[in-house]
Write a protein that binds this ligand. Structure first.
Ligand code: ATP
Ligand code: MG
Length: 258
């Protein structure tokens, strides 16, 4: 299983929207896909239609109580896409994990040897705390959604430093598969300028596919559906399909087919 953490400690940059729609796009392309909601806000769970009352075991049980991963996995309405939901108790995990041994390795241990899925996406919370560290330790690689706004690059350097620390201490093989520009607004010149700066700074690390600001993407979660199901032909859905294709193109050659 190829594991991709979707992280950026900045809030509201499109992590969850990216996680939901990329995971759906991969499942639609025939990959057996797992989405792990590692954010106490539970937005990925809600957005996939797994309401608070329908969440049995959760990522909290896996990370804090070491419940076997398979017991926390449930279906979504999407064929080929399963989910480990998040519940509010996860907000206590940051504190509860501090006192346990190998506190950054809990998720990696849970995922080790998992065979039921070919690809896994982890939706991270907006912080660089223990939950995100667990995701970075468990992941093969990182996908960073970046909103085209003035402070985007400043937050990024802090994230890249964290990645370096994780590589040095816990997970030397951790890669960065790419940076995805989100909420791109053609009519806004600042957005254009920021996108150019980010490309100057990060070069090929930035995906060519840009996710436009698109109201259908923000409406879909309130229906408990990925935008790709809610309105598969809207600009946002098309962009996420394109991003998924580009993402697969960056996998090692032997991993490019489901
Ligand atoms: P958090 O840090 O709180 O977890 P996040 O990084 O996961 O946030 P999202 O929840 O995906 O970000 O997006 C923040 C808000 O912006 C949501 O209301 C979402 O519906 C909306 N949104 C995300 N991407 C787009 C887009 N491309 N066009 C329009 N709205 C978007
Ligand atoms: Mg989120």
């Amino acid at each position: 299983m190829l594991t991709i953490a979707i992280a950026n400690q900045k809030g509201g940059v499109g992590k969850t929207t990216t996680a939901i729609n990329i995971a759906t796009a991969m499942a639609a392309t025939g990959w057996k896909t797992l989405l792990i909601d590692l954010d106490p806000q539970g937005n990925a769970s809600t957005g996939m239609g797994v309401g608070a009352g329908a969440r049995g075991f959760s990522s909290y049980d896996v990370v804090v109580d070491q419940l076997p991963l398979t017991e926390a996995i449930g279906p979504t309405g999407i064929p080929g896409l399963d989910i480990v939901p998040a519940t509010q108790d996860l907000s206590g995990a940051e504190v509860e994990l501090v006192s346990v041994e190998e506190r950054t390795a809990r998720l990696a241990q849970a995922l080790e040897g998992h065979r039921g899925h070919e690809i896994c996406f982890i939706d991270c919370p907006p912080s660089l705390g223990l939950l995100t560290l667990n995701a970075l330790c468990a992941a093969d690689t990182l996908l960073v959604p970046l909103q085209c706004e003035f402070f985007a690059l400043e937050g990024l350097s802090q994230l890249l430093q964290t990645v370096e620390r994780v590589q040095q201490r816990f997970n030397p093989a951790l890669g960065i598969i790419g940076v995805a520009l989100t909420m791109f607004d053609r009519r806004n010149r600042l957005t254009d300028q920021v996108a150019d700066d980010v490309r100057d700074c990060l070069g090929n690390l930035v995906f060519e596919t840009v996710i436009p600001r698109n109201v259908r993407l923000s409406e879909a979660p309130s229906h408990g559906l990925p935008a790709l199901v809610y309105d598969k032909d809207c600009m946002g859905s098309r962009a996420y399909m394109g991003l998924a294709r580009e993402l697969i193109g960056r996998f090692p050659p032997e991993r490019q087919a489901a």
